[in-house]
Design a protein around this ligand. Sequence first.
Ligand code: PAP
Length: 326
Amino acid sequence: MAAQESNSIIIDSSQSSEEKDAALINELPSALFWDAMEIRKWKGFWFEPGLIKCAMKFSSSFQAGNDDVLLASAPKTGTTWLKALCLCILHQNHNIPENEDLLTQDNPQFHVQTIESSIYSTKPTPDLYSTPSPRLLHTHLPFNLLPNSIMNSNCKIVCVARNPKDTLVSLWHFFNSIFRGNQEPYPLEKAVDEFCTGVHQYGPYFENVLGYWSESQKRTEKILFLKYEEMIKDPKEQVRKLGLFLGKPFEKEEDLEKIVWRCSLERLRNLEVNKNGSVIYGVPNGSYFRKGIVGDWKNYLNLEMEDRINQTTLLKFKDSGLEFEN
Ligand code: PAP
């Protein structure tokens, strides 16, 4: 079947349905995310209202193709890295010279867009027809908000997750750099508290991660669940697993090594395209690369904050079998 047919998206963009959505969003519980933006609680998760509108469209109308690959991640858990890796694996990147690969041309966030915040917010009726198959897409949305067509098709999902304390610290740095400018950083105690109660963009983090984890335990052929810490510890092994899952196993060790290097933080951070001030989603390309280590939280969280997150994690992940190194 032609890509154009299999990738069709039907959206009811009539005024009345938009008005209905807007009215519904206005009724939702509201809070302020780190003094910067209004967020509202929809189906158990917090988002800024514009995102809810896009998520509603995505959930109700997106038609997944059988060979689509959907990447999923709570914010700051390794999205950029996963985008780069899957892009390279699916494009057999090791077969082209290093200075010609897609990553030298633009940030991974540009090549693999976050569907609800980019594709659906830039155009009311997104045109994914031109995207060649297999489509590689990304979402920060939790599992329970995914469109039915994703679950009912053969489309694969790769989720990356990261320990909560590093996730929070990464989010806090990113947030301060984008929203606080020359102001003092947002008070970390408050950020910890709101992270634990789940009142932040795409939060609660815990439920977001758990949704994918639980499903990955039931449907191993459908969802691959990667942990950032394991990718840092043994990138070759994790990328080998990823290649296999995507149906692109590495035949030669050197091909695998090439891709691990091409997607490394060290290389991406130093590419001209990530240093020259280019912007995606209003964010400089370079902001997606900071330290990329495990345990950076130790440099920021005091004992009380550490304990608060540990207790919340224990409670939330209890009996799930999900654990992170940190
Ligand atoms: P997003 O949710 O806004 O897309 P995401 O890419 O998930 O961001 O998270 C950014 C984190 O991944 C940063 O972590 P840090 O703040 O603890 O340093 C960033 O440094 C890290 N990161 C980005 N690219 C890579 C990479 N290629 N390898 C390892 N870590 C990376």
